[in-house]
Design a protein around this ligand. Structure first.
Ligand code: CMC
Length: 388
């Protein structure tokens, strides 16, 4: 079997050759299919970026119109799937509801499960892009005890999701174009990030030839953890704890630096970025603009900025090259938009969805793909005999 390399966390092991996302962590560069993230955040839409990630190039106007119309036509959930939501406790976290419902989609669409049939892969792509936002909005409605709204296919994915969360049947929901645009930009920023934990999970599950729904459901579960997508929710909890007076920002920073009780400055640090996360820069600009407008420019934003400033001047953070990551300010924006904390990680999942799909498709089409099967270094007992 030859020598095995010990590499916990795959710090130095590439499991894929990929043409989707380029990151230079030392320089703070992120590009999707060659396009700098800043340019996409400024000029593109989430739908167009989804097309770009999945198909490799920006769409022509006609290709974009087709892509838009086919995803809009697939937003409805099967009526029976709606019953599924009533099986969860009222206060269920929407992430496990989302992953369970995505997994359940495979039971409704036996015509889109074959990873090696291009048409079936197209169908599962549309279905996921269109239905995951509907599922996330339903999970939210369930948690607040309001009726679920059927999607309105006159709206874009992002607008529909906002309406699905905040609309009620008794009233016409007025979409605030600035909020819709800000959410679209946040989704663009989250859309792919090469071989992160959830994407690697999607690839690993998919390498067994499991269908796209099953693979992406697994990715959603990986994203749930606080060291990954759950960090945006954890940041708000941390800020609230400081705001509540349990601990001053200074005392909190001391705790972090002394590694007391495993406390970390949430929203800081990254496996790959050893420089300012380019997404965090865009998010901070959005926060400045939107929090003033929505009246969320509150104490929590001030606390966050104070923590950031302290960290950037502190040797502990400088030596370890710890900078704010994408999650440091996103929660504050989501909060100002009206989302409760437990919706923050589902919002990350909506954003990451096209990336997972693109990476799963790349993996399936790569002749070099093999079933994911890491090795181990055995450190247990030698042979022992069962007592006679
Ligand atoms: N606060 C305090 N110390 C930290 C932090 C932090 N946020 N992040 C890393 N460190 C320290 C860590 O203790 C270690 O110190 P030492 O060398 O003395 O042992 C050093 O920095 C290296 O950290 P690591 O844990 O070996 O680095 P990693 O690449 O394994 O972890 C990370 C990356 C993102 C899990 C980690 O930085 C972290 O836990 N951050 C907080 C959670 C967070 O914001 N996660 C969101 C990541 S971005 C969005 C996403 O991809 O999901």
């Amino acid at each position: 079997t030859g020598a095995v390399t010990y590499d916990p966390g795959f710090m130095n092991t590439a499991n894929a050759k990929s043409a989707i996302t380029y990151i230079d962590g030392d320089e703070g560069i992120l590009r999707y299919r060659g396009y700098p993230i800043e340019q996409l955040a400024e000029n593109s839409t989430f739908l167009e970026v989804s097309y770009l990630l999945i198909h490799g190039d920006l769409p022509t106007a006609e290709q974009l119109a087709d892509f838009d119309s086919v995803t809009r036509r697939h937003t409805l959930l099967h009526e029976e799937l709606k019953d599924f939501f009533s099986g969860f406790p009222r206060d269920a976290h929407p992430m496990p509801v989302l992953s369970s419902a995505v997994s359940a989609l495979s039971t409704y669409y036996p015509d889109s499960l074959d990873p090696f049939d291009a048409e079936q892969v197209e169908r599962s792509t549309y279905r996921l892009l269109a239905k995951v936002p509907t599922i996330a909005a339903y999970a939210y409605k369930k948690s607040v005890g309001q009726p679920m709204l059927y999607p309105d296919n006159n709206l874009s994915i992002t607008e529909n999701f906002l309406r699905g969360c905040f609309g009620v049947p008794a009233e016409q929901y007025e979409i605030d174009p600035e909020v819709a645009r800000a959410l679209d930009v946040l989704l663009i920023l989250h859309a792919d990030h090469e071989q992160n934990c959830s994407t690697s999970t999607v690839r690993l599950v998919g390498s067994s030839q499991a269908n796209m729904f099953a693979s992406i459901s697994a990715g959603i579960n990986a994203l749930y953890g606080p060291a990954h997508g759950g960090a945006n929710e954890a940041v708000l909890k941390m800020l609230r704890q400081i705001q509540g007076g349990d601990v001053t920002p200074e005392a909190f920073m001391e705790k972090v630096k002394n590694k007391e009780e495993g406390v970390r400055l949430m929203g800081f640090g990254h496996r790959v970025y050893k420089n300012y996360d380019p997404r965090a820069r865009v998010v901070k600009g959005l926060a400045d603009k939107l929090l003033t407008k929505l009246g969320g420019n509150d104490e929590l934003f001030e606390i966050a900025q104070r923590l950031e400033q302290k960290a950037l001047e502190d040797d502990y953070f400088i030596e370890r090259k710890l900078y704010p990551n994408v999650d440091f300010y996103t929660g504050l924006i989501y909060k100002a938009m009206g989302f409760p904390e437990k919706m923050f990680t589902p919002l990350f999942a909506l954003g990451r969805l096209p990336g997972w799909i693109a990476q799963w498709r790349e993996m399936v089409n790569d002749p070099a793909t093999k079933i994911g099967r890491p090795r181990q270094i055995y450190i247990g007992e030698g042979q022992r005999d069962y007592p006679a």
